[in-house]
Write a protein that binds this ligand. Sequence first.
Ligand SMILES: Cc1cc2nc3c(=O)[nH]c(=O)nc-3n(C[C@H](O)[C@H](O)[C@H](O)COP(=O)(O)O)c2cc1C
Length: 182
Amino acid sequence: MQPLAQLDREAWRFINSVSVITVCVDGVVNAMSAEWCAPVSLKPPLIGVFVGEERFTRPLIERAATFGVSLLAEDQAWIGRACGRYSGRAVNKIEAFRIPIEPAHYIEAPLIAGAAAQFECRVVDRRAYGSHLLVVGEPLRAVGNPAKRAIAYSRGRFYALGTEIPVDESVLEAQLLEGERR
Ligand SMILES: Cc1cc2nc3c(=O)[nH]c(=O)nc-3n(C[C@H](O)[C@H](O)[C@H](O)COP(=O)(O)O)c2cc1C
């Protein structure tokens, strides 16, 4: 069996949250949108982000000892677009788009103010997988804003979370009991 040379775009139906990764290296500050940013461990808490090789962020995060993760809220999709369409190579996104930032407590890079959650991470590992570099960070500080709801991103569009789908646990339990009896 051959690995796929290219993925069918129709198969690409992943739904992710939207984070803004902030870095500060030698006084250069940059913010990049990342949908491929997720927890990788609970004990200890670890967060991983995949950074493409063409990103301005890439050489910065290759050298950074720390980075920020701000999980965008419903009123912040425009920040996800601004930090995900434009490169820090060409423009200072934070200044040009007046991205609301606030200083972090333990890291040099700022955080996105008003985000649904913020994490200040210390880099504990880096590993390249094809085009993307996985950078794993240990949060030194993590805060959630209960007044804000995180957003979703899929196939180039931003979404607010929709209706909860109820799952009837009792049906599963009944099936389990029935299976045990068989
Ligand atoms: C919502 C959204 C999510 C994105 N997720 C990622 C991601 O997880 N990893 C990545 O390398 N690029 C991702 N991108 C693309 C980068 O954010 C984009 O190329 C950006 O311009 C890079 O900025 P930089 O050159 O300043 O680093 C995403 C773009 C958008 C709009």
